[in-house]
Design a protein around this ligand. Structure first.
Ligand code: URA
Length: 245
């Protein structure tokens, strides 16, 4: 059995975004922080940092947030950006405010364009993030695209060829799978994550993407009941489903 990591309560709650260590000390002095139903008296108490921490540790009777490693699945709405550096509303603005100051920080696993909706993973687990986006793993990403012009019938062979070159690049794309859903609608599965890849692939065959939505990453699909802008916390086993392909 691996030994649970122990952390001082004030540091742990400060890292989860509940305020400064002084703020946490004030909460403890006011008897607002309980461990298994009993008010904690000492903010320096050492706590075992385990995934089931929210079952034991409460603030004003409300379970604390799960400690790192945390993996979230979000239904990214249109018009919201994934990067901390871009202007405009960010995916992080759709999460509880304290999650923006968690340490370790949350980052998106890859990015979706502002004009793309659908499944985005957000995590503070660098190892998980790198495993998902690693070019060596070829984790499939599935997109539904709406197009400006009717499909010609040649796109599937071109995308599957492994020879398609995107403008400005030196290496051909790996084979991708196209499923035609309608005259101007298709599902595309890619195993790379090049910049604006799906839009540039359709541009390379003379079309234009007018709507793009990510349905799935590996074995993890966007739940039908997860509304745009909403998120869910994944268990470690649910997050690992990404690699079940
Ligand atoms: N490909 C794109 O062109 N845009 C995205 O957001 C994702 C994949």
């Amino acid at each position: 059995m691996t030994k649970a990591l122990m952390a001082r309560l004030d540091r742990l709650l400060a890292n989860l975004g509940y305020g400064s260590r002084r703020d946490v000390q004030a909460l403890v002095s006011a008897g607002k922080v309980t461990l298994d139903g009993v008010a904690i008296k000492d903010a320096g108490l050492k706590i075992a940092v385990t995934a089931d921490l929210p079952d034991h540790l409460k603030i004003r009777g409300v379970p604390v947030d799960p400690p790192a490693p945390l993996v979230l699945i979000m239904h990214k709405p249109l018009g919201v950006v994934c990067s901390h550096r871009e202007d405009g509303e960010r995916i992080y603005d759709l999460l509880p405010r304290r999650w923006q100051i968690r340490d370790p920080a949350l980052s998106s696993v890859g990015r979706l364009d502002k004009d793309t909706s659908g499944l985005i993973l957000i995590t503070d687990d660098g190892d998980f993030l790198h495993r998902v986006i690693s070019p060596k793993r070829h984790v499939p990403k599935v997109y539904r695209a709406v197009l400006d012009r009717p499909l010609t019938g040649t796109e599937d062979a071109i995308f599957a060829s492994g020879t398609l070159m995107l403008e400005g690049e030196e290496k051909p794309l790996l084979p991708a799978t196209l499923e035609v859903l309608g005259e101007r609608e298709a599902r595309l599965t890619i195993t790379e994550g090049r910049y604006h890849q799906v839009r540039r692939m359709f541009a390379a065959v003379g079309n234009h993407v007018t709507g793009l939505h990510r349905e799935r990453i590996g074995g993890l699909a966007l739940p039908d009941d997860l509304a745009a802008g909403d998120h869910q916390i994944l268990t470690a086993a649910q997050a690992e489903a990404v690699f079940d392909v």
